[in-house]
Design a protein around this ligand. Structure first.
Ligand code: NAD
Ligand code: MG
Length: 390
């Protein structure tokens, strides 16, 4: 029986993980759950899964949850300390890291330091502090299993192969809902249009990241740290159907890929039960029915955010953390309808241009750069919003 903690249990990845736990009660038990502010959903999860402890990032939300869960055995904690406590629970074997954004860094790193194996969906901490996370993982004998579908595909395509034989990692990108729009059309894109992902149903933040291709930029950085492969050997190809989840080319020019219909339960379950596979009741891939798979080069003019990922990785130090924080601020401002779609890339560009990177030798360096970039990006958003009403 594997004892599981889910950081971000009320989100898209979190609920898919609980789906798998519910289907295999003899294999997995949810011992700890955490959420940001969604009291109703966490209450429902407490009543279904009876975890020993839960934590809510928001103190007031935790207070409301306590009032609704009187008489239940689950301990309800709150704030950063509460999240950290659940992430490091002594009986936990595996922590599913599925908070959205940089907010996941502190609890995920705490879990690693406590020696917990990690199933990593939350890519932003890897972008902010990849070296630190990997150093801690090595120090504490921790394995980090990728959940992100592309990285799970790379991981699966590398199994049984030698790292020194790898020529290239090829990440696939769906291109998102706006792939076919012109720059002029992109300028006027609405939040609703940007949230309509063609292949995946995910949280709002990553859905916007898919529309800007920032998600792929973050994933290039994530792949670099997960697999210790230089950026020069990581490529991206747009593959509209999201059937091939990523590929690895070896020096004999053999290319190994992992395929499947787009459903996150497949990579989640693989990370949870590695190396064994569990039977999932999902539709089979029918290639003849799909008929055609299409591929394109990314368009850096219309979608500059992918290039920002490569650039941040090349500059190194605190630059990836700054890229990530600026993106989080800009995406939120777009979702709040304060800036336009192209304002996201502009905010990131201007924040990165203003940054003087330093090394990330401790958690504080990453958190400091994150705070600086949030303030800077906030100012840029204000100026863009003001210009828009003028
Ligand atoms: P989501 O918005 O659906 O869920 C986010 C979860 O994090 C929720 O439980 C929420 O309560 C919690 N949360 C939000 N802000 C928080 C904060 N400040 N402190 C503590 N908890 C907080 O997001 P998602 O789509 O499930 O994505 C989660 C992560 O997984 C992201 O990093 C995303 O990039 C990655 N990912 C998601 C998918 C997908 O299919 N959804 C695929 C690949 C990778
Ligand atoms: Mg992905």
């Amino acid at each position: 029986m594997k004892q599981i903690v889910i950081l971000g249990s009320t989100g898209s990845i979190g609920t898919s993980t609980l789906d798998i736990i519910a289907k295999f009660p003899d294999k997995f038990r949810a011992v700890g759950l955490t959420a940001g502010t969604n009291v109703e959903k966490l209450e429902e999860q407490i009543r279904t899964f009876s975890p020993a402890a839960v934590a809510m990032a928001d103190d007031a939300a935790a207070e409301r949850l306590r009032a609704r869960c009187k008489g239940l055995k689950t301990t309800i904690l709150s704030g950063t300390d509460g999240l950290r406590q659940v992430a490091t629970a002594p009986d936990a074997d595996l922590v599913i890291s599925a908070i959205v954004g940089g907010a996941g860094l502190v609890p995920t790193l705490a879990a690693i330091t406590a020696g917990k194996f990690i199933a990593l969906a939350n890519k932003e901490p890897m972008v902010m502090a990849g070296r630190l996370m990997q150093d801690e993982a090595r120090k504490h004998g921790v394995r980090i299993f990728p959940v992100d579908s592309e990285h799970s595909a790379l991981f699966q395509s590398m199994e049984g192969h030698r790292v020194e034989d790898i020529l290239r990692l090829i990440l696939t990108a769906s291109g998102g809902p706006l792939w076919n729009l012109t720059k002029e059309e992109l300028r006027r894109v609405t939040v609703e249009q940007a949230l309509k992902h063609p292949n995946w149903k995910m949280g709002d933040k990553i859905t916007i990241d898919s529309a800007t291709l920032m998600n792929k930029g973050l994933e290039v950085v994530e792949a670099h740290w997960l697999f210790d492969i230089p950026a020069s050997k990581i490529e991206v190809v747009v593959h509209r159907e999201s059937i091939i989840h990523s590929l690895v080319e070896y020096q004999d020019r053999s290319v190994i890929a992992q395929l499947g219909l787009p459903d996150m339960r497949t990579p989640i379950a693989y990370a949870m039960n590695y190396p064994a596979r569990v039977p999932l009741d999902l539709p089979s891939l029918n290639l003849a029915q799909i008929g055609t798979l299409t591929f394109f080069n990314p368009d850096h003019d219309r979608f500059p955010c992918l290039g920002f990922g490569y650039e941040a990785l090349q500059v190194g130090g605190t630059m990836p953390a700054v890229l990530n924080a600026a993106n989080e601020v800009a995406v939120q401002a777009f979702l709040d309808r304060r800036i336009g779609f192209l304002g996201i890339a502009e905010t990131i560009r201007r924040t990165m241009d203003a940054h003087k990177p330093v090394e990330v030798s401790a958690l504080e360096d990453a958190l400091g750069a994150d705070a600086w970039a949030r303030a800077k990006a906030g100012e840029i958003v204000e100026s863009l919003a003001a210009a828009a009403v003028r």
